[in-house]
Design a protein around this ligand. Structure first.
Ligand SMILES: [Zn+2]
Length: 268
């Protein structure tokens, strides 16, 4: 990352609430053509979330603690705030003195943009302003929210506008929190009803919806120069697994998340 920072644009896309098992099943079944084309070897990495719900996980991610590979470590990190005794800061780790990655990137010439999705990014009230407040520019509209069936395409359109507004030479760090997978998500499955509610199947349909739109986001992010992209979930969620429903709890379906990073080479 020491070579990437300052050279490339950066994209952090959190697919909020996406379960690892659903992501893997859909990729294996060929139901995620766009995402799979970018994942190294077409596969998601299995990782452990740094928090069990959005606020905790994103605070950790912005502090440099991305989801951890789900195997015994230590695992070197891409980004790390400087502190004595860190055993996962390695050669190549981008080490910063600021308290969070967003502020650190701003200090190295990046324009930082937040496109919010779930409630912790809605800027309505003090708590919903904490995470967007880290960024130079932040956006949230009701159309980006969990209740919108067209949330991701609206968020991607916002990203296209944010990139277009910048001078070509300006490096950008764009963070987008996709809300489509977070409950409610039943409306992404054709024929599903509000009464039947959310399920693993409607969760899968929401991920397929993301895949139909994410190519536009990748295109705009590679339109000016090479872009280093991180795509991951912040936590999973339970649909009755062992009796659990939802997240902010300690269950395999919540702690295990899909992760990937890759380069988006500049468009010709
Ligand atoms: Zn979340």
């Amino acid at each position: 990352m020491t070579e990437v920072i300052g050279r490339d644009d950066l994209l952090l896309l959190t697919l909020d609430t996406l379960r690892y098992d659903v992501a893997v099943e859909l990729a294996a079944a060929g139901r995620l053509p766009t995402l799979s084309a970018h994942l190294p070897e077409g596969r998601w990495q299995r990782r452990h979330a740094p928090g069990s719900f959005t606020y905790a996980s994103h605070q950790a991610i912005f502090a440099g603690f991305l989801p951890t590979p789900a195997a015994p470590g230590p695992h070197p990190r891409l980004f790390a705030a400087r502190f004595a005794g860190s055993e996962t800061t390695a050669e190549g780790t981008f080490v910063f003195d600021e308290p969070d990655l967003v502020t650190a990137l701003a200090g190295r010439g990046y324009h930082t943009v937040c496109i919010g999705g779930v409630g912790f990014f809605n800027k309505q009230g003090a708590l919903g302003s904490v995470l967007p407040g880290l960024f130079a520019e932040s956006h949230w509209e009701p159309e980006f929210s969990v209740a919108s069936p067209t949330s991701f395409e609206a968020q991607v359109a916002c990203a296209e506008q944010a990139v277009a507004a910048l001078p070509d030479e300006q490096r950008i760090f764009l963070f987008l929190n996709a809300s489509a997978l977070h409950q409610p998500n039943w409306f992404h499955l054709p024929g599903a009803t509000r009464a039947a509610g959310d399920s693993r199947e409607t969760h899968a349909a929401a991920l397929e919806y993301i895949d139909t739109q994410v190519g536009r986001l990748f295109e705009v992010m590679r339109s000016r120069r090479r872009c280093f992209a991180i795509v991951c979930s912040d936590h999973g969620t339970a649909y009755g697994d062992d009796g659990y429903t939802g997240h902010r709890l300690g269950h395999e379906s919540v702690w295990t998340v899909p992760y990937s990073h890759f380069f988006l080479e500049p468009s010709p």
